[in-house]
Design a protein around this ligand. Structure first.
Ligand SMILES: [Zn+2]
Length: 102
């Protein structure tokens, strides 16, 4: 997805519209999601109850479809005001495979 390098946006510090530089923040560690997805699998009942429950006939949890990397990542854009040099993060990220500044 292509995004302009600068954008006219409201700056809450200057309290008016200013030109702001758009940058993508550093990427997060993808393995940080693994713990949550394992918990969700437990809640589904995949790793509960009496007996083996087919646990030993299944491949390791890391080989399941739900765990692992997602195809797209949410953006984490930062807007830096050209007048006061203060920066602000975007409200909501959107999913995209690749981000490009034109
Ligand atoms: Zn400003």
């Amino acid at each position: 997805m292509k995004i302009p390098k600068t954008i006219k946006r409201h700056c809450p510090y200057c309290k008016k519209h200013t030109t702001q530089k758009v940058t993508q923040a550093k990427k997060h560690n993808p393995s940080s999601l693994k713990y949550g997805s394992k918990n969700r699998a437990k809640r589904r009942g995949a790793a509960r109850g009496i007996g083996s429950r087919g646990r030993y006939s299944k491949p390791a949890m890391s080989k399941w479809k739900m765990t692992g990397k997602k195809q797209s990542k949410k953006t984490d854009l930062r807007y830096e005001c050209s007048e006061c040099k203060k920066s602000k993060a975007q409200k909501k990220g959107f999913r995209t495979k690749k981000i490009e500044f034109k």
